[in-house]
Design a protein around this ligand. Sequence first.
Ligand SMILES: *Cc1c(COP(=O)(O)O)cnc(C)c1O
Length: 401
Amino acid sequence: MQTGEDSREMSDIDELVPPNRTLMGPGPSDVHPRVLRAMSTPLVGHLDPSFVEIMDEVQELLRYTFRTDNQWTIPVSGTGSAAMEAAIGNVVEPGETMLVPTNGYFGGRMASMARRAGGEVVEVDAPWGEPLDPDDVADALAEYDPDVFGFVHAETSTGVLQPDVSELTAAAHDHDALVIADTVTSIGGVELRVDEWGIDVAYAGPQKCLSCPPGASPLTLSDEAMEKVLSREEEPRSWYLDLSLLEGYWGDDRSYHHTAPITNVYAIREALRLVAEEGIENRWARHERLAGALKAGVEAMGLEMNAPDEYWLPSLNAVRVPDGIDDGEVCAELLERYDLEVASGLGDLDGEIFRIGCMGYSARPKNVVYVVTALGDVLEDMGADVDPGRGVTATRRALEG
Ligand SMILES: *Cc1c(COP(=O)(O)O)cnc(C)c1O
């Protein structure tokens, strides 16, 4: 029971007034005001006829954004990792082998999830900061004959975009392996064509290039992948993420499984409407143009990108930390002085890179000029050998050009 004194202390907790940050890190990105507005509209029930219609619309918009005709395309309740675990936990059966990459943080997470699903993990090697080499993938497929091959299309931990996706999927299919792609930081930001590229299963997240709060996360599976899931001998270990049960809600029946996160479904619907309004290809082009201006600015001020141009990832720019500078201090100072969020490196690139996102609603001229200006200012103050003026000028020119 609460004493009078306790409840006085509780009432001392003020109304929520979060700081007004500019989010240019690895996600979440700034949320579009139209998405925030959609989230403040009244709830309906998760089986309300009006909500059933909203579900259909979200599925249609997700297919457009993934560039797929897959019937099995849904928002999974939870963050990107929930969609990831739904993919891996349903597709990988106990005793099966999954081939995963070693070239970043999220390949490691794929491995953990595959093991928990009862799978055996084998690896295709590439250093952090490099993409997978198709020849290495082909060799690993030949050596291990895996049932499932997973790769990360846009590695948020390294700023590397995996090229040659069709080559990787073709090699996997030659060995009868299903392909699971992590498209969390590519969906709605850089070119992604699920069907044309032969991706069997793709999962994504809403809070990166879709500029939507985390909570309902895109997932798509081909008919063939779904057939495998529906004919499993053993039930998946997660009840919540069991796609054969979720089929009852998102498929034709529309019967209760768990209460959908209504507000997050509203949010992703609005975020995806924004994608469709802009046009998916225009959106990819915008990310490339805006991130290109950001990149021009950091390079002109004297910094170096971590990834070579051939596999630069526009939605996540990995910039080398200059000599003698503490990356953590820079990030803290940017937050303190500019209300600006960028991130430092992790894993093998800990202390070596800044991770500057350029995603969705954050990919705007104003934000790009702001991040280049702020970063130049803070680095110069800390004694780094940079020329902030040249950086800002280069960014402006790139935006005009
Ligand atoms: C952010 C991210 C995830 C995980 O998403 P959460 O929403 O944090 O659960 C998975 N893969 C990649 C590449 C990501 O960037």
